[in-house]
Design a protein around this ligand. Structure first.
Ligand code: SF4
Length: 785
């Protein structure tokens, strides 16, 4: 039997639903909320020098904003226009002119005065540039000279000594695929991508639970499911148009439940710009919030499942879908035993949620035929993230909420195209179409016509640490090749990252704009290469959305601010291959984008169909409408597996807090406004519960210090509805509190949560000199001892 196919966009409900309005007063007057109309006018003004091209991008291109995915103005879920301010904000990256030469070639310290937002606004990188050791300015260089320099260095190095990294900045599947192939052709497996710092554990966890590392369902499944659960996700802010689907779901009777320490305003109520009813009166989104402690999700899910097993003791079949479990699931007895032995005290202590409330959700899910479980970085950026997500999969498997209409598991991805990065093989653990198992390696070697390096490549965090290895270490990374990315503002321990970036002999930044990482010194040279945007790529390109839709984005001509010297990213990788290994470079040669797509279809069988995408609007969904359809998983025995795990010990003392980071008005690390229009928080505000403030005699708006053994964050207390004992600061400002080297044990994502102490700034500052003096004395004593 063939797989069910996605039915395409459905009609929206015609009637308004005043019961979901935030207020009958139009435009949320008097409320703290985004000003979408004003923002849109400003963006149109910013693009006025290239408005025709901007309009063509919006109407013909595939959005390079978030991973929800839309081609032109119409999506695959609902009829009616689809556009949001996130998309409009990133539009300028595609339409702006080059950086003025007098700024670009100023003294490096002048450029360093700009932050990344200001650097982005300077314009695009116009031509290849170099800044050698000791030089104060970037100077122009030819493409040939730049590529020869990189290739000559690569020829001198062991391939274990150079690394590739690709961010998610609009990069197409074609570029990911060619980068993955060229890296292996050159002999290195050190290639990684942006999902390593956001969603790698989702893939790892789903793979071990159900055999496939992608969303099993569609946005359409939200509309009419009984329960739509968002776990550690602010989907309405990260993917604004998703709120349109949420409203439609509510109109069909779906209950929306949010599990998050902070009652995120955007998941509480939102004004959806592309829906006139919501734009005017707002939409109440969440039906209920569960304010779980940061790091308390496993305990919370254990509580739900423990109650299900209790229900089963009283009435067989009252909570567990036994038919589904018997036919499709392994590990039932082990999980049951584990949870029956788990104490409620431990569950309540770790989750921070009362037993009564946990039971409420457990019973709601037990009585729901269907549910869709969506999650984002609140679950993935922990050192136990794979275990977190395995527990979400456990919930779905026990209830049979998998592989059919209105039921499934959905890692909610952030950036357009990031879904495709691993599927194309730009990841140290995978190859296109599978892992590093003997069969897949043999298959890919046959297709590619050369032997693959057989050693395990390192994840991005480890390659950065490898830069500071001893001089003669075989894995000391000496050249880093970056396609986009700003490690200084995305990785923990920014001081170390700066040191590591400057220790590299050669650093290559293939990018559209400058950022703060581009300006760090290198021991021999920093080389900057101007990349084309996805809309400029000759012959177009494809990207894959969260729901596995592979969209074709055509080449869009007529850019008045065209960067003449910019090159398509996949072509740059081919050029390197040709210069490093000219005799065999024909093995990685592609004449055009179509040739790449033809090969992707063979390399990754899930992508069979990509070769037919040729014009605007062409799209297909790999894997069909639902993965694990009818409960049949792509595992050796076709069954999913329940994974028992322990509740993690966060090592938090009673007087301490756990801090995590959130985004404000920003897109990934790109900040668009200093104040978050959703809650009025400034970039250095520390979100805390007023009761915690009271305990520490901290008043709202007072200067406070958040600190631990790794860093100090000076901010201002902002009282919000967040679970007690938890704090939130903005990303990336809060990264100074995070040490390097704390990785998720299965997927290698850095942990972005940590225990901290909090004090009034005046008290901390009065005591800091004493504390500072004590430390060296303690160190001395240790050394003497
Ligand atoms: S919701 Fe995402 S895909 Fe849709 S327009 Fe906005 S940024 Fe683009």
């Amino acid at each position: 039997m063939g797989k069910t196919q996605h039915p395409g966009p459905q009609k929206k409900a015609k009637l308004p639903a005043p019961k979901y309005w935030v207020s009958p007063i139009p435009f949320g007057l008097g409320k703290i909320k985004p000003q979408h109309i004003r923002d849109t006018m400003k963006i149109a003004w910013d693009n006025k020098d290239n408005i025709g091209y901007a309009t063509r991008i919006i109407t013909k291109g595939v959005c390079d904003g978030c991973a929800l995915g839309v081609s032109g103005l119409y999506d695959q879920t609902l009829d009616g226009p689809h556009v949001c301010t996130t998309r409009l904000n990133v539009l300028r990256l595609n339409t702006m002119p080059a950086i003025k030469p007098e700024i670009l070639h100023a003294d490096i310290d002048e450029l360093r005065k700009y932050d990344s937002t200001e650097l982005r606004k300077l314009g695009r990188i116009p031509y290849p540039m170099i800044r050698r050791k000791g030089e104060r300015k970037f100077s122009r260089i030819t493409w040939d000279d730049a590529m020869d320099l990189i290739a000559d260095k690569m020829k001198k190095l062991d391939p274990k000594q150079y690394s590739f990294y690709l961010t998610a900045r609009g990069i197409t599947n074609e570029s990911y695929y060619v980068a993955a192939k060229v890296a292996r052709f050159l002999g290195t497996n050190h290639i990684d991508n942006a999902s390593r710092i956001c969603h790698a554990p989702s893939k790892t966890a789903l793979k071990r639970s159900i055999g496939v590392g992608a969303s099993t369902s569609n946005y359409l499944d939200w509309i009419g499911t009984d329960v739509l659960l968002f776990w550690g996700s602010v989907a309405s802010n990260s993917s604004p148009v998703s709120s349109k689907y949420m409203l439609e779901a509510k109109k069909k009777g779906t209950k929306i439940i949010v599990v998050n320490p902070y009652r995120e305003p955007a998941m509480d109520q939102y004004w959806i710009p592309s829906n006139p009813e919501s734009a005017l009166f707002g939409t109440k989104i969440a039906d209920d919030f569960y304010q779980v402690n940061i790091g308390g999700d496993i305990a919370f899910m254990h509580g739900i499942m423990k109650h299900w097993f209790d229900m089963e003791e009283k009435a067989y079949g009252s909570a567990i879908n036994h038919e589904f479990v018997a036919e499709h699931v392994n590990g039932y007895e082990e999980l049951k035993k584990k949870l029956q032995n788990q104490s409620w005290e431990e569950i309540i202590e770790s989750s921070g949620v009362s037993k009564g409330r946990i039971i409420e959700l457990a019973e709601l899910l037990a009585n729901s035929k269907n549910a869709v479980y969506a999650w984002a970085l609140g679950l993935t950026m922990h050192s136990f993230a794979t275990d977190n997500i395995s527990q979400v999969a456990n919930l779905a498997l026990l209830r049979g909420h998998l592989g059919r209409k209105h039921a499934g598991l959905m890692p909610f991805r952030g950036h357009s195209s990031v879904q495709g990065s691993g599927e194309m093989g730009a990841d140290p653990f995978v190859l296109p179409g599978g892992g590093w198992d003997e069969n897949n390696v043999e298959r890919i070697e046959k297709l590619w016509g050369f032997d693959l390096p057989k050693w395990q490549g390192d994840i991005v965090g480890v390659t950065l640490e490898n830069i500071v290895l001893p001089k003669d270490h075989e894995r000391k990374v000496k050249l880093y090749y970056l396609s986009g990315g700003n490690f200084l503002e995305t990785m923990p321990d920014p001081d170390f990252i700066e040191q590591a970036l400057s220790e590299l002999e050669i650093r290559v930044h293939q990018d559209i704009i400058l950022n703060t990482s581009t300006l760090v010194d290198a021991k021999e040279a920093v080389i900057v290469l101007p990349a084309k945007t996805r809309y400029e790529q000759e012959g177009g390109g494809t990207s894959t959305s969260t729901e596995r839709m592979v969209y074709f984005s055509p080449e869009i001509t007529g850019n008045k601010n065209m960067i003449e010297e910019a090159r398509a990213e996949w072509k740059i990788y081919l050029d390197i291959a040709k210069r490093v290994k000219p005799e065999t470079a024909h093995l990685v040669y592609f004449a055009d984008g179509q040739a790449i797509r033809e090969e992707i279809a063979k390399a990754n069988p899930d992508y069979d169909g990509i070769q037919h995408l040729k014009k605007q609007g062409d799209v297909f969904q790999w894997g069909g409408a639902w993965l694990c359809e009818d409960g049949i998983c792509p595992t050796p025995d076709s069954r999913g597996t329940l994974i028992p795990v322990d509740i993690p010990d966060l090592n938090k003392k009673p007087e301490q807090f756990i801090v995590t980071s959130r985004r404000g008005k920003q897109f990934n690390s790109m900040v668009y406004k200093e104040v978050d229009p959703l809650n009025g928080a400034g970039r250095y505000d520390v979100l805390m519960n007023p009761v915690d403030g009271q305990k520490l005699s901290i008043a709202e708006g007072e200067g406070i210090v958040v600190y631990n053994g790794f860093g100090v964050f000076q901010g201002t207390a902002k009282f919000v509805d967040i679970a007690q004992g938890n704090l939130e600061v903005h990303f990336p400002e809060g990264n100074f509190l995070l040490p390097r080297g704390r990785y998720e044990k299965f997927a290698g994502i850095p942990d972005y949560n940590i225990t901290v102490n909090v004090e009034k700034a005046e008290r901390y500052n009065a005591r800091k000199d004493t504390q500072y003096l004590e430390k060296p004395i303690a160190d001395l004593e240790t050394e003497v001892g």
